[in-house]
Design a protein around this ligand. Sequence first.
Ligand SMILES: Cc1cc2nc3c(=O)[nH]c(=O)nc-3n(C[C@H](O)[C@H](O)[C@H](O)COP(=O)(O)O)c2cc1C
Length: 475
Amino acid sequence: MTYPRVASFKTAEAFRRYLRDIGVGFDLDDALESAPASPLAQAIDVEGVRVGNRFCVLPMEGWDGTRDGGPSDLTRRRWRHFGVSGAKLIWGGEAVAVRHDGRANPNQLMLTPATQSGIACLRNDLVAAHRERFGANADGDLYIGLQLTHSGRYARPVEKMRSEPLAAYQHPFLDRRFPDGIRLISDEDLDRLVDQFVAAARLAWDAGFAFVDVKHCHGYLGHELLSARDRSGRYGGCFENRTRFLRSVVDGIRANVPRLAVGVRLSAVDTVPFSKDANGVGVAETSPAGYRWAFGLLDDRMDAALTDARELLALLERLGVRWVCVTAGSPYYNPHVQRPALFPPSDGYTPPEDPTLGVARHIDATAQLKAAFPSLVIVGSGYSYLQDWLPHVAQQSVRRGLTDFVGLGRMVLAYPDLPADVLEGRALQRKRICRTFSDCTTAPRLGLVSGCYPLDPMYLHHPDAERLKALKKEP
Ligand SMILES: Cc1cc2nc3c(=O)[nH]c(=O)nc-3n(C[C@H](O)[C@H](O)[C@H](O)COP(=O)(O)O)c2cc1C
């Protein structure tokens, strides 16, 4: 299966024609505007907080922390890059575990009293880099949060290659991926975890973060609880029980850290799990008909799939949570949904669709949720596959109010200061544009640090680059 390269569309009109041909609904602006006129340069004011423009850096972990959960030089470098990007919203930095058994890998950051000062330094380094690049007072409208997580089913706290899944419920399809079995987290342990999230939120506030993201996406524990329809007890079954964890964490933060804002990153839609067919192409493992283990199951209608997310966002509105980052699926069981790419990661599959359709799904879900909840501040994800045309789509999406912020993930690893180039009216540096080679996902799947090996000169010459090349050649 081959799809045209995005770089082959030499004009906005040519790309637009292609979008029409494949039947996607989003559009792009023909010309980019720079600051101060650009829609992307407009500040947004929310409950006394000013965020200086509409670019957001999405959370991106590097599998490069220390064994005790503190940052390394590589972590610090990544956060400095976030600071020089020019984006004014930093959504979470990267996933930070609230306790040891919730780490997705032994090098994931973990927020404890022992690591707090190191994690505070990440934020300080980001701010310093932002000031150096944009001026001494430039951080007045920079809004920085920390993403808090428990990796649940995808925990690997001790060894990079050994899963120690702590799942919300028995899953008839995903459990097969864990030959040694899964453990279910008990209600009492979830009660404890609520307290541990609240304690971590306190540490985040004391470290200088303005908000925390109570992560509910990508198949990790918070997200899995949302679809725990078959779980018995206080955290499963009805909507009220499936959101008990989220509500309790938000209430706990309100009671104990009242000035800390709360955001939620949500996989708003999901699919059945995908795996490789005999030709290496992604194929659904089962039919969506009767599938009850997803939150926001996509069959064919986006509007219907968003029923779950609308119920959740209504709840968040009632809880006074204003900040929502919309994402989709999981990198583990439907990577083409979560991070559309032309080249699959090592544990993925050849995309079963033009990745542009994956981007369109993100844009559509985000726009429908923004329209339904105009008072929420909405961040969209999944734009990196747009490559050369990302800024043109971003500008139009914000101009038309389809999203409040355009979140950037992989593009920031390859080309951190793309937002600054756009806002300052410079032409894009084409050699730095992320081409979705997926090495940033493949490397950690093979036990190496994550980064942009093809385009970031530092990773190109990192010792792990040779190992990555060798491991990719292995059958
Ligand atoms: C290497 C890598 C690390 C990531 N780490 C996180 C993370 O820590 N937390 C999170 O919510 N998403 C994480 N993501 C997902 C991104 O935030 C983003 O949703 C995804 O890459 C799609 O956006 P993009 O098209 O701009 O890359 C990660 C993605 C990659 C490629």
